[in-house]
Design a protein around this ligand. Structure first.
Ligand code: FES
Length: 168
C-alpha cells in the first residue's frame, strides 16, 4: 500500500484524509468487508465515485470486476449521485407481475435515463428495488420518501409533472 494510498491527479484528492479514515476502519485482509466498506464510502459521498471503487478493489485485493458486480446486484449501492427527485421502482415479484417493469420503461423513456442513472442536471435519479415493503399496493414506486401504489403508466406522467412543478 504505502504511496499507492493517495489520490494524485484525482478529484477526491482534497478528501483523501477522510477517505483514508474510512478505509482504516476495515482490515485489508478481510475480504468480507467489501460491502460495509462500499456502504461507508457511499454514506460519505452519497454515491460511489469510480476512484473509490478502484481503491476498494486494491485495498481488499478483490478484482475490480467483482466489486462492480457486487455493486450492480445491490439495491442500495449507487455509481452516480442521487438526484433531487430520487425514484425507486419496485420490480420485486409482487410488483413485477402487476406491471412494475412497464412503470420502469415509462420512467426511463420520460427521463431519458436508465436504471441506476441520474439526469445531467442532477434533478432525477432512478433505481430499481426488490421490494418497498408495500406489496399490497403493487405495482409501487417510491419518490423521495413517499410511496405511490396501484399505479398505471399514465399515473407516472402525472407524478412526474407534480414533482417537476414542485422542483423536488
Ligand atoms: S414486491 Fe413491490 S412492494 Fe413488495
Amino acid at each position: 500500500m504505502g504511496d499507492d494510498f493517495c489520490f494524485a491527479k484525482d478529484p477526491l484528492q482534497q478528501k483523501s484524509e477522510e477517505i483514508q479514515e474510512i478505509f482504516n476502519a476495515f482490515s485489508p485482509q478481510d475480504k468480507n468487508a467489501i460491502i460495509p466498506l462500499l456502504q461507508s464510502i457511499q454514506s460519505h459521498f452519497g454515491y460511489l465515485p469510480q476512484q473509490s471503487i478502484a481503491l476498494a478493489s486494491w485495498y481488499l485485493s478483490i478484482p475490480i470486476t467483482k466489486v462492480y458486480s457486487i455493486i450492480t446486484f445491490s439495491d442500495h449501492l449507487r455509481l452516480e449521485p442521487k438526484g433531487k427527485i430520487h425514484i425507486e421502482v419496485c420490480i420485486g415479484a409482487g410488483c413485477y407481475v402487476k406491471g412494475g417493469a412497464e412503470l420502469l420503461q415509462v420512467l426511463e423513456a420520460e427521463l431519458g435515463i436508465k436504471n441506476g442513472e441520474t439526469t445531467k442536471d442532477l434533478l432525477y435519479s432512478l433505481n430499481t428495488v426488490s421490494c418497498l415493503g408495500a406489496c399490497g399496493l403493487a405495482p409501487a414506486i417510491k419518490i423521495n420518501h413517499h410511496i405511490y401504489g396501484k399505479l398505471e403508466p399514465k399515473d407516472i406522467l402525472r407524478l412526474l409533472k407534480e414533482y417537476a412543478m414542485r422542483g423536488g
